[in-house]
Design a protein around this ligand. Sequence first.
Ligand code: SAM
Length: 319
Amino acid sequence: MLDQYGRKIEYLRISVTQSCNLKCIYCDPEGENCSENWENNLSPEEIEKITRAMVKAGIKKVRITGGEPLVRRDVCDIISRISKIEGIEDISMTTNGVNLYRMAKELKEAGLQRLNISLDSLKEEKFRYITGGGDFKRTMEGIDLALKLGMTPVKINTVLIKGINDDEIDDIISLAKDKPIEVRFIELMPIGSYGEKNADKIIRNDDVIKARPHLKYLTRTDKGSPAIYYGIDCYKGKIGFISPMTHQFCGDCNRIRLTSDGKIRPCLGNNGEIDIKGMLDLEPEKFDEYIRKIIFEKPRGHNFGEEYSSSRKMNMIGG
Ligand code: SAM
């Protein structure tokens, strides 16, 4: 359906947990939410019920995220329920890849089609530093397995941070050379205290592109995607740039988010959220109407340009 600004909302991001098995410096370095109260999380049945109502309102694509979705034991049950809903055309997941080596096959069998995997460095020690203890080889193993299982294109998400990993841009780009990988550079956002305090560490994607004339602009095929893509001659994959800090793409935004504790967050960069968990007992028609109203009232755009402080870190919203 269209929201009040005429945008077609068809993409739902579902966070299934706030917990994470990594402590990325720009997300939740203290790992505060590793002790989340699991009882507050929506159950697979509740997630299915909300998604069914969302589909009636026009949602076609779902992404499972977190926190780290693969720390939730019943994640395959959630995926299997969603993948069986008529009207869902695409179901994907954003993960740090740590548990993929043992779960990828099961995820695929449950109906998961594609994976976005976060990878901020190709150097073991730096990877460990950025992720607060992550094992680089494990994540690479997960990426290879996703490729092997045909869960493609595999998208790699890299948050660039000045002085930390901007010396690796070309090495990370070269991951797309021989494999169907889409490398995507994401500008550091003021979500969580690191991003709020380190605006000077933002790497502007425009500067990355300008310094690499061999990148060839690819015409946008998916207007709803936040990434602008570039190709390189003879590369199998492509390079994407997600630039929330330097380019507002809110006019094309087609997403809303469901948090693991049962709130709808219609905009990533706006603290407004609406309770949905407490509404699950509404009559079906009233519940559908409630959801349509939330979608219709999605805010015009994010507040990053102003003095903005997010009420939730990224792992609590669902990235
Ligand atoms: N645990 C999963 C993962 O690591 O991909 C999913 C959740 S994580 C919050 C989702 C995405 O948000 C990751 O790609 C991460 O890099 C990104 N992210 C977290 N905090 C961010 C920030 N302050 N600015 C930009 N991206 C951020």
